[in-house]
Design a protein around this ligand. Structure first.
Ligand SMILES: [Zn+2]
Length: 325
């Protein structure tokens, strides 16, 4: 990494990370044309609310997201392209906040949100949540109260599955974050060693929430969730999952959404039948992004509900995972 790529380092006396992130954003917006154009393009993004049977989703028509939604993420395509998160490949104007010499916080030049950060490992190592749960919790806390941190599994939404990274979004803009405050959603509630966990019902998605005040204990439960999912699903690799984490009321809240697959069948159709929706954390969290106006216009409750059900793990599987924690 070049010194010129470092905007600032963290920890730094008297400077909270969320404030440094906002300073980085303002500076990069001024000095990096690709970012200022990406942010300006957000002004023409269209949004609509779609009320599904018992939950609300937001659809975003965002033409710039074609790069991510249309990304080829098969092993061969990934091996053949230059990794866009490796520091030697970053655009000359791009700078980041170096955190603990391990991660670099960068502004996303093709944002879904006004403030949209990528938190990229300084090394080119594969996307894997298990080795980085403590970093997930650290970022969720240090970036609170402004931001939530999310993770896309290598086979369900990460456009750089070969390079470990998180992302950060303004807290509360992913609709599912609000479902945690709805007591009627909670079921399969359990509590052990100061860590609470429960599922959320009637969302057409398979969700497990972990809450706790102690990072080590929370981390231990997270690992046993992944181990239980491996056992139930008979897989050696990381089970397909998206994770959204935030810190509020002195507690971490981790939303784990289990997946059966990355892209719905309609994604692979030809011609008019094709729908360019490629669910990652933000989308499966209820803010569904499409780069195509025709798909934005035709996205209705039935379409969204079907896509959610199709790409989510079954309720039975998730209940078995919870029973095996
Ligand atoms: Zn890389």
């Amino acid at each position: 990494m070049l010194d010129t790529q470092i905007f600032s380092v963290f920890p730094q006396q008297g400077k909270p990370l969320h404030e440094l992130a906002l300073s980085l954003y303002e500076e990069q917006r001024r000095t990096w044309k690709m970012l200022s154009e990406g942010i300006a393009a957000l002004d023409s993004v269209q949004l609509k609310t779609v009320q599904c049977h018992s939950y609300r989703t937001v659809i975003q028509f965002n033409p710039k997201r074609i790069v991510s939604t249309g990304a080829k993420v098969d092993a061969q395509s990934i091996a053949e392209r230059k990794c866009f998160l490796c520091t030697e490949n970053l655009p000359a104007e791009q700078q980041g906040i170096l955190v603990d010499e391990k991660f670099l916080i960068l502004c996303n030049p093709m944002p879904i949100f006004k403030h949209h950060f990528t938190i990229s490992n300084v090394r080119h190592i594969p996307q894997s949540i298990e080795d980085h749960v403590s970093s997930l919790l650290q970022f969720a806390k240090e970036l609170s109260p402004e931001f939530s941190v999310f993770y896309n599994g290598p086979k369900c939404g990460a456009s750089a599955p070969d390079h470990m990274h998180f992302q950060a979004s303004p807290k509360g803009l992913i609709p599912i974050e609000h479902e945690l405050h709805n007591m009627e959603r909670k079921y399969f509630y359990n509590k052990k060693n100061g860590v609470e966990w429960y599922s959320l019902k009637d969302l057409d998605r398979s969700v497990l929430v972990l809450e706790g005040e102690n990072a080590q204990k929370l981390e231990a439960v997270f690992h046993s969730v992944v181990a239980a999912a491996r056992k139930i699903l008979h897989v050696d690799d990381e089970p397909l999952l998206n994770v959204i984490c935030f810190f509020e009321d002195q507690k971490w809240k981790i939303i784990i959404i289990f997946r059966s697959k990355h892209r719905p069948d309609v994604y692979f159709k030809e011609g008019e039948e094709k729908i360019l929706i490629s669910p990652a954390s933000v989308d499966i969290g209820g803010l569904i992004v499409t780069p195509m106006e025709k798909d934005f216009l035709r996205a209705d409750a039935a379409l969204i509900e079907n896509i959610f059900r199709e790409v989510s793990l079954t309720k039975q599987h998730v209940e078995s995972i919870i029973e095996n924690i």
